[in-house]
Structures are given as structure tokens and as C-alpha cells.
Design a protein around this ligand. Structure first.
Ligand code: NDP
Length: 329
């Protein structure tokens, strides 16, 4: 028997999540069985633990979109018992049972070998949020961003994606301006390497102005909504915004075409879920190299399976700071 966070839903009632014991043969069929060490809590996990958000199709369900652990058995030649692996995305924890259990059974294609120098705990301190932050930074670099070009804006900075993006960009030598709606996180963000704190309210008013002063050399945006509409108008000529999330709304409120056609600004979409394997490997290797592990540790809030229902509610309200690491054992 193994421990797992199981979400059950009866008829029209709201889903209920609780720690239960399940037998191994209840796990889905797939090539690789992993003994999970750690999982984490992303925004999507909040949805899958709680309301479902259209992501979970079948109940009972085991959420957990990320996990890291050790291969226990594998019917695929790419993996053997004892290998350390990490999994993010591929709709694991949404359409497939995920990492909130002591064991997970998944397809070999979905796994990535843990990069040299990264522990399973550190991999989950990174998780989907951190991987996405790295993919965003890589996309900005691929479109010309380099240190010395000017301040790089990170929105939703005290959240998971934002915290990791702030630490990586600062480590790479960028000047980082962190947008937060929580003034009490200023010290935390400065400790991650932000040199400027921007109050959320400064960027949430929808304006009709076609352009504003050229301010930012790049942006990692986890928020969208009115903030992304404003930020686009403040980008320097020829720079890019990596659009990662929608914590502030699913539209780009007040956006005009002017930044694109008068300043050659790029809006780069970032998806971590179906990201091809080669780029995942590249991102995990860059994380092991370019994310300072002491800064990562400063983001970590430890948790256990029984903390997850509460943490799921908190992350949906934007109240989780940094990254949660869940010890599932
Ligand atoms: P978190 O909840 O940890 O962080 C989101 C942050 O956004 C909050 O901490 C808060 O930061 C800010 N925020 C919340 N609500 C608002 C609001 N109404 N207006 C402005 N800012 C707000 O989530 P994650 O960092 O894990 O994820 C961020 C977003 O990225 C989510 O939308 C998520 O779905 C998406 N995502 C997308 C991925 C992809 O593959 N594209 C992968 C991972 C996440 P502060 O308190 O500092 O203001």
C-alpha cells in the first residue's frame, strides 16, 4: 500500500481531497514506476486539488503535475532501476494520475533524467514553475536579450515562476525589476537579486496611450490582464516579452498594436506542458548551471501530503510565496 492525496467527487458535490492508502495495482498502466521523493504546488495543482478547473476529467484523481524520484522498475530501455528522474507537464496530475503519491506510474517519454548536481528536492523546488521561468529566459535570450541591455521586468514576482525568473536573471547579470502586489515581499525579492520593486498598482490601470517611455529590455510575464497591456507599451525598441501565465486575467486588457508595429516588440508564448524533450533537457541543464541553489533554498516552503488541500486554496488566491516542496513520504 502507498500513501496518496486522492480527490473524490460525488455527483454535483464539490471535489474533496484527502490522504488515503491505495494499492499499487490501482496506479495506471505505463512503462515506468517511480518511487516519488518530492512533488510541489503550482497554480494548476491548486485547480486540480480543488475545483478541477476543467483540467481533471475523471475522479477519483491523484493530482501533482510535477514529481522527482527514483526509477523502481522500467519496461523502457532508456530507464533502469535507481535512475533519478524528474517529470513536469504532459498533463500528468490533470488527465493522468500525478505526483501526490509515494509511487507514480508514467510513460518513459514524459521523464527527464535529473541533471548532474541537482537533487530530487531541488528539482521540485524548481518544478514546472521554475522550468517555465528558465524557458522564458531562454526565449528572451534567443531573441537577443543580453546583460547590459537595461532592466528586465518580472511580473507576479513573488510567485513561483516570478521568484525563479528573478533569481536566474539576476545571476545572469541582468538588472531585475520585480512587480509585486505584496509590499511585504520586497525584502525577499531583493534577496533573490531584484534591484527595483515595482508596485502592482503602477501597472494595472488600463490607459488609451499608444506608447509609453521605453523602459524594459525584456519581461517575464506571469500575470497578463491589464498589466501585460501596459508593459507592452513600455518595452524598449526591438525587445521581447515572454508570456507565461494569466494570474491577473486571461485577456491582454488595453493592448494596442502600436508596440508591435512601431517598436518591433515581440510577444513570445511559453508553454512548458508539451515542450519538446531536447529543449526540456537544455532547460534543466541551464537550471543546474544558472540558478543559484542558495537563492532557490530561500524560496522553499516545505510541506507534506496533508498540507495540500490548504496550499491548493492558497495558491489560487495568490497567497503562496516562492516554491512549495512536498515530501510525499
Ligand atoms: P503563483 O500563484 O505562485 O504566482 C502568481 C503570482 O502572480 C502571485 O504570487 C502574485 O504575485 C501575482 N498575481 C496573482 N494575482 C494577480 C492579479 N490579479 N494581478 C496581478 N498579479 C497577480 O503561480 P505560478 O508562479 O506557479 O504561476 C504563474 C502563472 O503562470 C499562472 O497563471 C500559471 O497558470 C502560469 N503557468 C504557466 C505555465 C506555462 O507552461 N505557460 C507553467 C507554469 C505556470 P505578487 O504577489 O508578487 O504580485
Amino acid at each position: 500500500m502507498i500513501k496518496a492525496l486522492v480527490v473524490r467527487k460525488e455527483g454535483e458535490a464539490k471535489p474533496v481531497a484527502a490522504v488515503e492508502e491505495i494499492s499499487l495495482d490501482q496506479l495506471p498502466e505505463a512503462e515506468v514506476t517511480v518511487a516519488v521523493d518530492y512533488s510541489t504546488v503550482n497554480y494548476k495543482d491548486g485547480l486540480c486539488i480543488g475545483p478541477g478547473g476543467g483540467l481533471v476529467r475523471n475522479y477519483p484523481h491523484i493530482p501533482g503535475i510535477d514529481f522527482a524520484g527514483t526509477v523502481e522498475s522500467s519496461a523502457d530501455p532508456r530507464y533502469k532501476p535507481g535512475d533519478k528522474v524528474v517529470l513536469t507537464g504532459w498533463r500528468v496530475g490533470e488527465a493522468h494520475w500525478g505526483g501526490y503519491a509515494q509511487k507514480a506510474r508514467v510513460r518513459a517519454d514524459w521523464l527527464v533524467p535529473l541533471p548532474e548536481g541537482l537533487s530530487t528536492r531541488q528539482a521540485m523546488a524548481v518544478g514546472t514553475a521554475g522550468l517555465t521561468a528558465m524557458l522564458a529566459v531562454m526565449a528572451l535570450e534567443d531573441h537577443g536579450l543580453a546583460p547590459g541591455h537595461g532592466p528586465v521586468l518580472v511580473t507576479g514576482a513573488a510567485g513561483g515562476v516570478g521568484s525563479v525568473a528573478t533569481a536566474i536573471l539576476a545571476r545572469l547579470g541582468h538588472e531585475v525589476a520585480a512587480v509585486t502586489g505584496r509590499p511585504d515581499t520586497a525584502e525577499y525579492l531583493t534577496s533573490l537579486g531584484a534591484t527595483r520593486i515595482v508596485a502592482r498598482e503602477e501597472l494595472t490601470e488600463v490607459t488609451k496611450r499608444p506608447l509609453e517611455s521605453e523602459t524594459w529590455a525584456g519581461c517575464v510575464d506571469a500575470v497578463a490582464g491589464p498589466m501585460l497591456g501596459r508593459v507592452l507599451k513600455q518595452m524598449k525598441y526591438g525587445t521581447s516579452v515572454a508570456a507565461v501565465g494569466l494570474a491577473g486575467g486571461a485577456a491582454i486588457d488595453g493592448a494596442l498594436i502600436t508596440p508591435f508595429i512601431l517598436r518591433g516588440v515581440n510577444l513570445l508564448g511559453i508553454d512548458s506542458v508539451l515542450q519538446p524533450y531536447a529543449n526540456r533537457l537544455r532547460a534543466w541543464e541551464r537550471i543546474a548551471k544558472d540558478l543559484p541553489m542558495d537563492k532557490l533554498e530561500a524560496m522553499v516552503q516545505p510541506a507534506t501530503l496533508s498540507d495540500l488541500p490548504g496550499l491548493g486554496r492558497d495558491i489560487l488566491k495568490g497567497q503562496v510565496r516562492g516554491r512549495v516542496v512536498v515530501d510525499v513520504n
